[in-house]
Design a protein around this ligand. Structure first.
Ligand code: NAD
Ligand code: 2YJ
Ligand code: MG
Length: 271
């Protein structure tokens, strides 16, 4: 389980603003409007409580603050509870919170106290980063091709989105067992009815991809042979899987931000 670090979050406020602009250029929708359209929900003045959690590895510097920035940047009312953990939960509820954001080492959730809707960060992150690629216009409607690198808890829900949009999906994971499970349509969180629509990425076949999704905790996962000039990489993975050299050589546009995009997706999932 990859935990965020305070360093990962150092530039998140700038990154969120820059990515919002880039997503708008690529899709014609701001992140806020994109999430509203994904979940068919709208915010209604909900009060959002962020509860710092000390369990496991403990409080991560800048984590709660980055969540509060995200909430306020998108025009919502939020606060960080003074208390942590269960005392923080009590404080959130008695202070009139409608939605709670809280994370331990294993899960980051949004919970709507009124509707009882709950959202999981990994699922909502995979979905929104995949939707960004799906909503970009494709020059040739028949050529709906995407390369997905990393088939874990974030990458797998992204596959469902690509399947929903009718994409032909090439996949790669360093774990060959996981790769075979996904291509075979079996195993943990594998999308149903995917058989025949997901194939193993073959770096020797010479295929170039305009759209690439990456969700791994490793660097240099995006190979040069899959790139073409102007490829778009939508990647929640930390650190970035594409080297600066290849990014510049192929003029790759990269959607990547460490926390806020996934959090916005979670909030719209529970509105
Ligand atoms: P995971 O461990 O469930 O899955 C990661 C997958 O990547 C695994 O299947 C693993 O085998 C594969 N992998 C590892 N190294 C690889 C390599 N060199 N090449 C190809 N595949 C490789 O992790 P996850 O929960 O899916 O998270 C993936 C990444 O996304 C992590 O870096 C995590 O921190 C990040 N993340 C970011 C956000 C965000 O908002 N930006 C949100 C959630 C997770
Ligand atoms: O409240 C805090 O400061 C900490 N307990 C936050 C813990 C954050 N958790 C993670 O980063 C885990 N990887 C799970 C959430 C996935 C989000 N990338
Ligand atoms: Mg994010």
């Amino acid at each position: 389980m990859a935990l965020l670090t305070p360093d990962d979050l150092q530039n998140m406020t700038d990154a969120l603003v820059e990515n919002d602009n880039l997503v708008c250029t690529l899709t014609g929708l701001s992140l806020d409007r994109l999430c509203a359209d994904i979940y068919k929900t709208e915010k209604k003045n909900e009060k959002i409580a962020i509860i710092p959690v000390t369990a496991g590895c403990g409080i991560i510097g800048r984590f709660s603050e980055s969540l509060l920035f995200t909430v306020q940047h998108f025009g919502m009312d939020g606060f960080i509870t003074k208390n942590t953990d269960i005392a923080g939960f009590y404080e959130a509820v008695t202070s009139g919170a409608d939605i709670i954001l809280m994370a331990d080492d294993l899960a980051f959730v949004a919970y709507n106290l009124k509707s009882q809707k709950i959202a999981h960060n990994q699922i909502c992150t995979g979905r929104v980063y995949a939707e960004i690629l799906c909503r970009m216009p494709t020059p040739d409607a028949a050529a709906k091709e995407v390369l997905v690198i990393g088939l874990g808890k974030v990458g797998t829900p992204a596959l469902e989105t690509f399947l929903d949009y009718g994409y032909s999906i090439s996949v790669f994971d360093a774990d060959s067992r996981r790769l075979n499970e996904v291509v075979g349509g079996s195993g943990y969180r594998c999308p149903p009815n995917s058989s025949g629509k997901i194939k193993k990425y073959d770096p020797n076949a010479g295929c170039k991809f305009d759209k690439i999704f990456e969700a791994t905790p490793a660097a240099d996962t995006v190979p040069e042979c899959c790139l073409t000039n102007g490829s778009v990489l939508s990647t929640p993975g930390i650190p970035c899987g594409l080297s600066k050299t290849l990014q510049e050589k192929y003029n790759v546009k990269i959607v990547q931000e460490p926390l806020g995009i996934g959090t916005l997706s979670m909030l719209y999932a529970v509105f």
